[in-house]
Design a protein around this ligand. Structure first.
Ligand code: V47
Length: 395
């Protein structure tokens, strides 16, 4: 049953009023999940109609060696020389990507995230970017979380702006949303004690926006944080976005991506993973609280393709991309496949009743796929059943 409080909040949303911290907390405990989802869906459809975005992207993690000791991380290895430590040379990184990239159907984005490696020269990252640009000039380089940028500044003795100057000159085009985790210090001190603070993370994104670089933002949820910490996180992002808008920066946070905590093989393995209900609720509350961020991603790697698909009715308008392979969730016990094809993604989106739109990193339309007409869907289903019957007959 819908609460009376929910009706008040719904009225605010429909009147275009901004939701408060208290509203956010009430939404996280609203018993009627379907009404919450429907309200988030209203906002999502006002912004994006029936469109649901995806992109063709590849992931690259050049090193998992990391000086930070985040309790949620199953990916990082503390030292070079650990049997599972991997640090690619620039040539190896290109070779790795060549194995993931079909030259006949180039992806539009390479998303690079790494451990904080204390033994590499800064020129390594410049060389990596310029090598990516030289080999695949049309593939957008979305590289390095704000945490890596802060690490570069501290480790190589530069200001954040000087780091940006050099990385942008080498080919950096936008920042991914990683490293945000939970901003509130009570949680951050316990799960990510020795990397960029919330203020440092926010400052990197503020500076990126000021110089015309678009960014994403994430929130790692479903571990030791409370709903109050989640709302606090969303409000800090909303305030950062307000700043970019007030300063008339065209570049701002493009997409928010809630990331469901995966417990395998890390310092919080005693905790359970998230449930589908929490994943959907978190998407819906994020859509309603972040009234100034355009896109909400249901990241299929973290939530599974099935929950991401349902997420398209709970406020999300994007499912991320083809990925091909990634190792952060691979190490943490993900229940999702390695990569999805464009056919997989368009089918997932169509069956959710949406129109699949392939976008580039900056949400420019690459290709709008047709919405399957009901008749075509029936034919597709009949054909599939025909194929399945044939397969059975052959056994
Ligand atoms: O910051 C690490 C998370 C993030 C675990 O910008 C974990 O488009 C769950 O930020 N369980 C990196 N999460 C990935 C990321 C991202 C993903 C997709 C799209 C975009 C984008 C950014 O992965 C880290 C951390 O929050 N993470 N370990 C874990 N055990």
């Amino acid at each position: 049953m819908k609460s009376a409080r929910f009706d008040e909040i719904a009225a605010k949303v429909r009147a275009g009023e901004r939701l408060s911290e208290d509203d956010g907390l009430a939404l996280f405990v609203e018993p009627d999940l379907l009404s919450l989802g429907a309200l988030a869906n209203e906002v999502r459809e006002q912004r994006h109609g029936d469109r649901a975005y995806f992109n063709r992207n590849v992931r690259l993690e050049v090193t998992n060696v990391c000086v930070a000791s985040c309790r949620f991380c199953s990916f990082a290895k503390l030292e070079e020389g650990h049997p599972d430590a991997v640090t690619m040379t620039v040539a190896q990184a290109l070779e790795n990507l060549r194995g993931k990239i079909d030259p006949a159907a180039l992806p539009t984005e390479v998303h690079v995230v790494n451990g904080l490696h204390a033994g590499l020269p800064f020129s390594y990252y410049e060389d990596l970017l310029s090598a990516l640009r030289a080999e695949w000039p049309t593939i957008h380089r979305k590289c390095f979380t704000a945490v890596e940028i802060v690490f570069f500044a501290q480790h190589y003795g530069m200001t954040v702006d000087a780091v940006f100057d050099r990385l942008i000159a080498a080919g950096l085009e936008s920042l991914p949303g990683g490293g945000a985790e939970i901003f509130h210090p009570d949680v951050r001190a316990r799960i990510a004690p020795d990397k960029a603070s919330a203020d440092e993370w926010l400052d990197v994104h503020r500076r990126a926006h000021a110089r015309g670089m678009f960014t994403n933002a994430t929130m790692l949820y479903g571990h030791i944080e409370t709903y109050a910490h989640r709302v606090d996180h969303l409000l800090r992002l909303r305030a950062l976005q307000d700043e970019a808008i007030a300063k008339n920066h065209p570049a701002r946070i493009q997409a928010f991506i809630p990331l469901a905590f995966h417990p395998d093989g890390n310092g919080m393995k005693q905790l359970p993973g998230t449930t589908g209900i929490d994943d959907l609720r978190t998407l819906a509350v994020s859509r309603l609280m972040l009234d100034n961020v355009d896109h909400l991603k249901a990241y299929w790697v973290s939530s599974t393709p099935k929950v991401a698909q349902i997420g398209l009715a709970f406020g999300a308008d994007d499912v991320d991309g083809t990925i091909v392979s990634e190792t952060i969730y691979g190490a943490a016990g993900k229940k999702a496949p390695e990569g999805l094809t464009v056919d997989d993604l368009t089918r997932l989106i169509r069956e959710a009743g949406r129109v699949p739109v392939e976008r580039d990193t900056l949400y420019r339309v690459v290709q709008e796929h047709p919405r399957a007409a009901p008749e075509a869907t029936v034919k597709l289903r009949d054909r599939r059943q025909g194929r399945h019957l044939q397969v059975l007959d052959e056994v």
